[in-house]
Structure formats: structure tokens, C-alpha cells
Ligand binder design. Structure first.
Ligand SMILES: [Zn+2]
Length: 281
């Protein structure tokens, strides 16, 4: 069972989103801060974005990613993004007052789930953020890609091993590395940009894929974790820690293993799988 605490920008707990994986699929429900089930009539659209309590710590020039849902949010956070997650589900969208405190004067890049409902959700989110005072909003377009339907940043980052994604992870791309560098001007170059009310079709360039490299080298994620510094495990599975292959002051290496025992890793600074493996031997 996973409990996501939904806090406002002051850090005050507003609600808890509980997710339980059961044999039939998943069960999801809301609890109020006192533990009572349900939201007592409060509209889900009035809840803050997941991660809002972090926003006051982020520089104004930082591009804040927005994902659909808490799990996708945590996946992107694990590779070093500033990121917020919507908690409403794709069918609805946060209202303007609920995002005002985090949106004012900020830059956003929205990452829709790879289906029509997800794209519609983020298109509405873009309008909402502009109305709430955002400076600039971009949307990543995944339309041209043959990703599995509904794929999101958790699949992409590789922290959720998912069917059909392995081949994409092998594709190299400079563009997404630039995106990962978190700079506004780079994001606007790479991420395909559709500003508010502009024609999107003219500007669509599909997002390319991050190069998460990996291999079967007899090293488990756990044994790698034991060799690195500043390691912490991630809520969605996998670890982050200091990359052994470059002078890493923060924990820029994300790593996990898939169901076949293949070690997958991504260095925020661009080290390859081989370089990281050479450094721990
Ligand atoms: Zn590195």
C-alpha cells in the first residue's frame, strides 16, 4: 500500500491519496488528514498539486515539470527534476485557486500520459497554469511515438519496468539529455513547445528518448547500492546515489533492475553504463 501525502505550498497536509495493488488491479481512495475516508465533499480539483510543499525551495528560473499522478511525479523527481503531479485523474483538472500559490511567475513543462485523455488533461492544465499566473508553459508532445498507450514518465525513466519499453531505452538522444539539464532555454528547444493557444501542429516535434543504458553484468541494483555513497532507495523502486564515474556532488545516478535481472542506470551528468561499471570494478 502506498500513501501519498498531498500538501499545500506551506506544507500543510490537505489529503492522503492511498493506492493498494490487489490481484484484480489497483484500489485507490482518499483520506482526510485525520484518517477519515473520503474528502467529505471537497472537490478533488481543489487539492494542491502533489509536491507543492517543495516549490518555495525552487529557484524562479527552474522549469517545473508536471506529470499526471504521483507515481510519474516521483519517477521524474528521482532523476533530478523539480516536478509536481496532478492528483485529480485525467478526467478532471485542478482549479485555478488550487494552483495559484505554486504557479505565479513560474515556468512549467507538462508531461502528458501517452493517450488522448492524458493529452487533453495537460492541455487543460496549461490553461489553468496560465490563468493562475504562470510565466510560460510548455507541453511535451509524444504523439508521434509508438509508446504503449498510457505510458508516462515512470515507464520512461525505467523505474517501472514495463512491457514494450526496453527497445526505446536503447535509443540515444542528445535532446533529452538537454531536457534533463533542467534549463529553460534547453527545454524550449527540445521539448517541443506549444505555448498557450498557439497552433500545436506546426510545432510538433516528438520527444526523443532518454538513453537509459544497462546490461546483464552480474551486478544487482542492491550490490551496486552497497558500493556507492549517498544512496537512497526510491519510492517507486530502484535507487539514486553518487555516480562513481564523475565528480558527483549530488546523487545523480539512478539505477534499478528489470524483471530479467538487467541492471539499468542513468547518470544525470551523462556517464555511460560502461563508464559507471568500470568505475566500480
Ligand atoms: Zn556520472
Amino acid at each position: 500500500m502506498t500513501r501519498y501525502n498531498i500538501r499545500d505550498d506551506k506544507g500543510v497536509l490537505q489529503a492522503v491519496h492511498v493506492r493498494e495493488d490487489v490481484p484484480e488491479g489497483k484500489r485507490v481512495w482518499w483520506e482526510q488528514p485525520d484518517g477519515t475516508k473520503g474528502l467529505n465533499g471537497r472537490p478533488v480539483a481543489s487539492l494542491p498539486l502533489y509536491g507543492s510543499e517543495e516549490v518555495p525551495l525552487w529557484p524562479l528560473e527552474e522549469v517545473i515539470m508536471v506529470t499526471e499522478g504521483e507515481k510519474a511525479m516521483e519517477a521524474l523527481a528521482s532523476i533530478g527534476f523539480c516536478v509536481l503531479g496532478t492528483v485529480t485523474g485525467a478526467a478532471t483538472c485542478p482549479d485555478v485557486p488550487s494552483v495559484e500559490a505554486v504557479a505565479k511567475d513560474r515556468l512549467f513543462c507538462l508531461w502528458p500520459d501517452h493517450d488522448d485523455a492524458g493529452r487533453e488533461h495537460m492541455a487543460r492544465m496549461a490553461s489553468t497554469l496560465y490563468e493562475a499566473g504562470a510565466r510560460k508553459v510548455w507541453i511535451i508532445h509524444t504523439d508521434g511515438l509508438t509508446w504503449p498507450k498510457g505510458a508516462d514518465s515512470a515507464d520512461f525513466v525505467g523505474l517501472t519496468p514495463s512491457e514494450g519499453f526496453e527497445e526505446f531505452r536503447g535509443m540515444k538522444t542528445e535532446r533529452i539529455k538537454a531536457l534533463v539539464s533542467r534549463r529553460a532555454h534547453l527545454v524550449s528547444k527540445v521539448a517541443v513547445v506549444s505555448s498557450h493557444r498557439e497552433e500545436t501542429t506546426a510545432k510538433v516535434r516528438p520527444l526523443r528518448l532518454i538513453h537509459v543504458s544497462g546490461g546483464n553484468v552480474g551486478v544487482t541494483a542492491e550490490s551496486l547500492a552497497a558500493q556507492l555513497q549517498r544512496v537512497r532507495s526510491q519510492p517507486g523502486g530502484g535507487y539514486v546515489g553518487r555516480c562513481p564515474s564523475h565528480d558527483d556532488r549530488v546523487a545523480s545516478l539512478s539505477f534499478t533492475e528489470n524483471d530479467e535481472g538487467r541492471l539499468l542506470l542513468y547518470c544525470h551528468a551523462g556517464c555511460t553504463f560502461e563508464q559507471v561499471m568500470a568505475a566500480v570494478r
